[in-house]
Design a protein around this ligand. Structure first.
Ligand code: IVH
Length: 688
């Protein structure tokens, strides 16, 4: 479990002005939170702010402002008009196992004896209500308000599941508990709201708050009640009380995986806290902490309550799963089936211990429904292993500098039209979109370099059903090509000749042409040099791949998975004689007895053996026509290692015209510098 150290830590307030600012920010945030559940501050930030205010007030007791949120229920934000029978209190918070332990110590010191037993239960993330029953019938429902008086929300009771209209016995009691939207209820509520032209709720708690207060809505949104207390029942232990409430017909957390549990020792308490925290992501409703309560009525009575919170219960807070951050942009990615999916790029924000930079935005209609704009402050949700999602913009935080989100007009991958008839946009090519894009990539100058095979031809070949993947290119016949529009005799011959040349491209280029994630030109050259053959690359496991300079464990695993995904393609390419060239691997080769052999460093002997070469500026002379990738390949053919940045390990810089900072750095480090022409002479034997 994460502890206080990883939560937003309160920055100390250094001056009376900073303190006053903090108080007014907290008061505004609390007012917004209790009005409709939305707030410009995430829960962690609010808690941190209040802790900073408390710290300042401890140091400067004479400066405490009257509207300070400390010591007040609901931060002093709201007032209702119906007085509560017994004040509805809040809970004190602890943020780590250590703070929980010292809270227990404090309580036992106050009691003068060990606490008889504990009850540990989820802290439900909704709104507290009091439900009054007369002779077993529900007569009135109140919000917490300021704890002393609340708002009458009786009409909403109808839609609250788990809050019975009649109890199993004709009792005069008051149930206390939390009303929330489960995830399912939240999703349903937003679907219904959108249908009715209303803006979706930012998150389940604001949805619950809005729904409880709503009047005359044209649609029904169901909520869920969980009872955690009662007024008017004889003194029972907390665990027994919950059982009694369930028997009377009220829903309690006992119906969930995070059920309340009685614990004899503080060790057991700690264990159950951790268990409930670990269950959080899988629960069908939100929790923002775990509540630890002294179980026995005698302990509770003796401990008593302060003006804000009972002394016999405490909330071990968990990190917020909703955070506010800025929407920096939207990316459009095309999936395997041609679906064009938007993805939010966010100002990085830590949610539940994980830095979130991207979040899903389901589809264009969803973006429009939420009315999102670039530059908006947005609510982002993340739980457990789920993909973070953007829930809503904070419209009242807009500055006017926000920009509309641009929707793509053509497929971002292949450039063809987009089918927008469904909610999820799709490239008109569907799966073939990927084929066109991957053929264009594979035929590119730095991969197989198939002259005459650009975008238009690739589209034609795929559309005619002649080519579905890279291997099909090598099976094309002249008759087939001649069936294409604007394909004359000469063009067909030229294209076939170019494909024939491509068949003998070296391993690094064939490998690069596969478009495996994380393997561009440089990485493909390294992998090819390291393993020497496609068969050896395919046989490599993640550990072996991680032996290649620049491939970490994570990338290695991705490459292994992606290679497995193109196994059939690789089989076909091999059968067609593509990528079958073999070189001496630079990797240590396992010998027959299983012992690793010596690494053959710089296996290729040549004029650049042992050299680490960087190329910069425009190439001239014999090198003028070569792409940077081709120059790098030349360096490796001549026995050297090509690198893109100058460092202490660099031994040679090839500097053409307009060489800039790399040249300056090489001069500074005293590295040998050659012109492209001098370099061409040095490696003349290896120029193809
Ligand atoms: S006990 C006198 N138990 O958390 C006892 N409260 O941050 C006071 N809450 O106002 C409440 N789950 O709205 C209690 N299992 C639980 C709870 C719970 C959620 C809420 C409640 C309270 C707030 C304090």
């Amino acid at each position: 479990m994460k502890d206080a150290a990883t939560m937003a830590s309160p920055a100390a307030l250094a001056s009376p002005d900073a303190y006053a600012d903090a108080v007014s920010t907290a008061v505004r945030a609390a007012a917004a939170y209790y009005a409709d559940g939305a707030t410009p501050l995430g829960d962690d930030e609010y808690d941190a702010l209040v802790r900073a205010i408390e710290a300042y007030e401890r140091e400067h007791p004479q400066e405490v402002l009257p509207d300070s949120p400390t010591g007040k229920v609901a931060g002093g934000a709201v007032v209702g008009d119906v007085p509560h029978s017994v004040p509805m209190l809040s809970l004190d918070n602890v943020f780590s196992a250590e703070e929980l332990a010292s809270w227990v110590e404090g309580l036992e010191r106050r009691l003068g004896r060990p606490v008889a037993g504990w009850c540990v239960e989820p802290k439900l993330d909704g709104l507290a209500i009091a439900a009054r029953y007369r002779a077993g019938r529900l007569t009135q429902v109140l919000t917490r308000g300021d704890g002393l008086a609340g708002e009458d929300i009786t009409p909403a009771a109808d839609a609250v599941l788990g809050l019975p209209a009649r109890l199993g016995e004709p009792l005069d009691i008051e149930l206390r508990g939390e009303v929330l939207l489960t995830q399912e209820q939240f999703d349903h509520a937003n679907a219904v709201r959108t249908e009715h032209g209303a803006t979706p709720f930012a998150h389940p708690r604001s949805g619950a708050a809005g729904t409880l207060r709503a009047k005359d809505r044209a649609y029904r949104v169901e909520l869920t009640f969980f009872a955690y207390g009662a007024i008017g029942l004889p003194d029972l232990g907390h665990g027994e009380l919950l059982e009694r409430l369930a028997a009377l017909g009220a829903n309690t957390a006992a119906s969930t995986a995070a059920h309340p549990q009685r614990c004899a020792t503080i060790e057991e308490v700690g264990q159950r806290v951790d268990e409930i925290a670990a269950l959080r992501a899988a629960l069908p409703f939100g929790i923002d902490g775990v509540v630890v309560k002294a179980d026995s009525a005698a302990d509770q009575e003796q401990a008593g309550s302060g003006s804000r919170a009972p002394r016999w219960a405490v909330a071990r807070k968990l990190q917020a799963q909703h955070k506010v951050t800025r929407l920096l942009g939207v990316e459009w990615n095309v999936g395997r089936t041609g679906i064009i999916a938007p993805r939010a790029v966010l100002e990085p924000v830590v949610i539940d211990g994980v830095t979130v930079t991207y979040a899903t935005l389901h589809n264009p209609a969803d973006i429009e429904r939420r009315g999102l704009m670039i530059g908006d402050q947005v609510f982002v949700y993340r739980a457990g292993d789920v993909i973070p999602r953007v829930e809503a913009p904070l419209v009242d935080q807009r500055t006017g500098a926000e920009q509309p989100i641009a929707f793509p007009e053509t497929c971002p991958r292949c450039g063809d039209a987009i089918d927008t008839t469904e909610q999820r946009w799709r490239c008109v090519r569907g799966r073939a979109c990927q084929a066109v894009a991957s053929i264009i990539y594979a035929a590119g100058r730095d991969q197989l370099d198939v002259e005459g095979l650009g975008g238009t031809r690739a589209v034609q070949l795929v559309e005619a059903g002649l080519v579905a993947d890279l291997a099909d290119l090598f099976t094309l016949t002249k008759e087939q090509l001649l069936t294409l529009e604007r394909m004359g005799d000469t063009s067909a011959d030229n294209l076939l000749a170019a494909i024939e040349t491509a068949r003998t491209q070296p391993l690094n280029r064939v490998f690069c042409a596969l478009g495996i994630r994380g393997t561009g030109r440089t990485m493909s050259r390294r992998i090819a040099a390291h393993f020497g053959s496609m068969a050896a690359i395919r046989a490599a496991d993640a550990e072996a791949l991680a032996g290649v300079d620049g491939i970490g464990g994570e990338k290695a695993a991705v490459i292994v998975t992606e290679l497995a995904g193109v196994a059939t393609l690789l089989d076909r390419l091999a059968a067609l004689g593509v990528g079958t060239a073999v070189t001496t691997p630079t990797a240590p080769v396992a010998s027959a007895d299983g012992a690793e052999g010596e690494a053959v460093a710089g296996a290729v002997a040549g004029p650049l053996t042992g050299e680490s070469v960087v190329v910069t500026g425009a190439m001239t002379g014999p090198l003028a026509e070569l792409s940077r990738n081709a120059v790098n390949e030349l360096i490796e053919r001549a026995g050297g290692k090509a690198s893109s940045s100058v460092s202490k390990r660099t031994t040679l810089l090839v500097a053409g015209e307009k060489a800039g900072s790399k040249r300056a750095k090489a001069e500074e480090l005293g590295i040998r510098i050659l012109t492209p022409e001098e370099f061409a002479t040095l490696v003349a034997d290896h120029l193809a």
